[in-house]
Design a protein. Structure first.
Length: 608
């Protein structure tokens, strides 16, 4: 059966189902009128009622904006909640009214249920777009978008919801009508093409906006920050390419799941980000010592102001963790089972079945915690033994030992965590899929952390720098003291500790001066006059410095001509202080020596 015959056959099948449903009469005499009223109510809820509520919410929060940092995120979260709830309620009103006045065929009832769930997802995307665009008050946008993106940002979440709903409708209809493989493939091609174009178009627009913003920043025209999600465009392009290639080479289920997960994860993580920002601002505001709850805690309960601030911070962190765990769980739900549309997997029934597959009980939780702590303890014991007993007996340098110990710690902790999660019924393949889903939207809050972690791993493997190296990076110079998960510690010449993000050592220019005497190095500029020629001035200054007991003879002092004049010249001097003498003391003694001994030469020396 060719393409045209397959499509015509499936169209006839669908037409037959529609005709059978139309032949079923209403169960009440005024069924048509009741259905019309239900549809009108639904349209009113999604249209004027929703818009009216959002405008009133914006006006209310705009009045409180000066007094509360929560207003912006409260408006965004409110827009998502109001739009999602009203859209879902409107769809349910039409579905329940239709089922009450008109007996539905089993096939039609299943498709109608899928459409209802899809409309709810569309409302979810519409609410997120409204929250990001904030047409009522652009100053209350949760993220100040670069030019070119702010005007259309609301369309992409809405389009993502439509794509997810359309995929669910096609999947359900194909199964119910027993569509031919050719028609199913054609429909899936349409869905994959639409989702790929949607994702690709957004990535192109985001890339152009970021490019314009970078140019403006270089020109000093703008200081507006780019949303962190734009930094994940490379990973998103890679995932998009993998999904399209998988579909072309026959892995249709995987391709559809991957593209759906990219859209679903983006919607969920955007919402989670908005919610965590709102909860963070809300908790800190409620426990502010200038407000009633804060004053009660300090004046009545007797808790100190610093302690109240710590409690607010801990409460915010706990709520943030809960929200992100829920978001990760909702992202992982569609990955459970043997594929299918995302909107079908997030129904209450399938959602509860996915949660019930986890082995959550007091015994399993205690066992998982015991395995986690035991694994971490064994890792620390093994690390201590290798650090104190085994590695010192090898010929490895300090940097290689540090890399091995850090890698051992990472591997041990990861194994302990995997063992604990496996005890709770979370399989390794599910964790892998969850991590893949997280990578789509991780830039909202965790991009810099992941970037620094990966950069730390690269530093430990490639070892472009190692412990003890003197490096100059991001305007900071010092000796590498420790390479940690997130950052590298540099011991500076003034005795302080600088914390440099690992990503700076990978993505920026780094000067690695493999000089063990860098902490004893002195650099100063001197202005010399009184000599007939510049060469005579150079030689006289060199002789003076070489006879100074405050500096080392080896490495030999180095003198460079920086500025040239008729009777005055400026030289840059590089010397090393004697062992056991501080740089400040050597610097002082050298200047005293030059001041006292210069009179024996036909020259005058001054600090430039």
């Amino acid at each position: 059966m060719n393409l045209i015959d397959s499509v015509l056959h499936d169209v006839d099948t669908a037409k037959t189902v529609v005709e059978r449903q139309l032949d079923v009469p209403f169960s009440t005499p005024y069924g048509g009128l009741i259905l019309l009223i239900a549809v009108s109510v639904a349209i009113a809820l999604v249209g004027p009622v929703r818009i009216r509520l959002l405008v009133k919410l914006s006006a209310f929060l705009s009045g409180a904006r000066r007094d509360s940092g929560t207003a912006t995120y409260a408006k965004a979260v409110g827009a998502v909640a109001v739009t999602t709830v009203l859209t879902a309620v409107a769809a349910q009103i039409v579905l329940l009214t239709t089922g009450a006045i008109l007996p539905l065929l089993p096939e039609v009832a299943a498709i109608a249920s899928t459409i209802t769930m899809g409309i709810g997802v569309i409302g979810f995307g519409l609410g997120i777009g409204r929250a990001l665009r904030s047409p009522e008050d652009k100053a209350m946008r949760p993220v100040q978008m670069p030019p070119g993106l702010g005007r259309v940002i609301g369309l992409y979440p809405f389009a993502a919801g439509i794509a997810l709903a359309l995929n669910a409708f096609i999947d359900q209809t194909s199964r119910i009508l027993h569509a031919t493989s050719v028609s199913t493939l054609l429909a899936q091609m349409v869905v994959v093409t639409g989702e790929a174009v949607l994702i690709g178009r957004f990535l192109v627009l985001a890339g152009r906006a970021r490019e314009r913003q970078t140019e403006n920043a270089i020109g000093g025209e703008s200081n507006m920050a780019i949303p962190a999600v734009f930094g994940m465009t490379a990973a998103a392009w890679l995932a998009l390419t993998v999904g399209c290639a998988a579909f072309i080479f026959g892995s249709r289920r995987f391709a559809l799941l991957l593209l759906q997960e990219m859209l679903w994860a983006a919607l969920l993580l955007t919402t989670a980000w908005l919610l965590t920002r709102f909860l963070d601002a809300l908790v800190i505001r409620l426990l502010d010592t200038n407000r009633r709850a804060g004053r009660f805690a300090t004046a009545v309960v007797g808790v100190g102001q610093a302690r109240v601030a710590q409690i607010a911070l801990l409460g915010s962190v706990l709520l943030t963790i809960v929200v992100w765990l829920i978001a990760v769980g909702m992202i992982a739900v569609p990955l459970h089972g043997q594929g299918g549309a995302v909107t079908e997997k997030v129904r209450p029934g399938p959602l509860l079945q996915s949660l019930q597959s986890l082995n959550i009980s007091p015994r399993s939780v205690i066992t998982a915690l015991a395995m986690l702590f035991a694994g971490i303890w064994l890792t620390r014991v093994l690390r201590r033994w290798m650090e104190n007993r085994f590695l010192p007996s090898t010929a490895l340098d300090v940097g290689a030992r540090s890399s091995i110990l850090t890698a051992l710690t990472y591997v041990g902790v990861i194994i302990a965590m995997l063992s604990a999660t496996n005890t709770l019924g979370v399989q390794l393949e599910k964790i892998t899929l969850i991590a893949s889903a997280l990578s789509v939207g991780i830039g909202f809050g965790l991009q810099s952390i992941i970037q620094n972690f990966v950069s730390g791993v690269i530093l430990l493997i490639e070892r472009p720098v190692k412990l003890g190296d003197w490096v100059a990076v991001s305007g900071t110079e010092g000796t590498i003291r420790k390479i940690k998960v997130r950052a590298t510690e540099l011991a500076t010449v003034d005795g302080g500790i600088s914390i440099v993000p690992n990503s700076a050592l990978i993505s920026s220019t780094v000067t690695n001066r493999a000089d063990t005497l860098m902490t004893e190095r002195l650099e100063l500029s001197l202005s010399v006059t009184g000599c007939d020629t510049v060469r005579a001035a150079h030689d006289a200054l060199a002789d003076l410095v070489n006879r100074c007991n405050a500096v080392r003879a080896q490495p030999a002092p180095r003198i460079y001509l920086r500025t040239l004049g008729e009777t005055e010249w400026t030289f840059d001097l590089c010397v090393y202080s004697e062992e056991g003498v501080s740089r400040a003391q050597s610097h002082s003694e050298l200047l005293f020596w030059l001041s006292e001994q210069a009179s024996k030469y036909p020259l005058r020396v001054q600090s430039a």
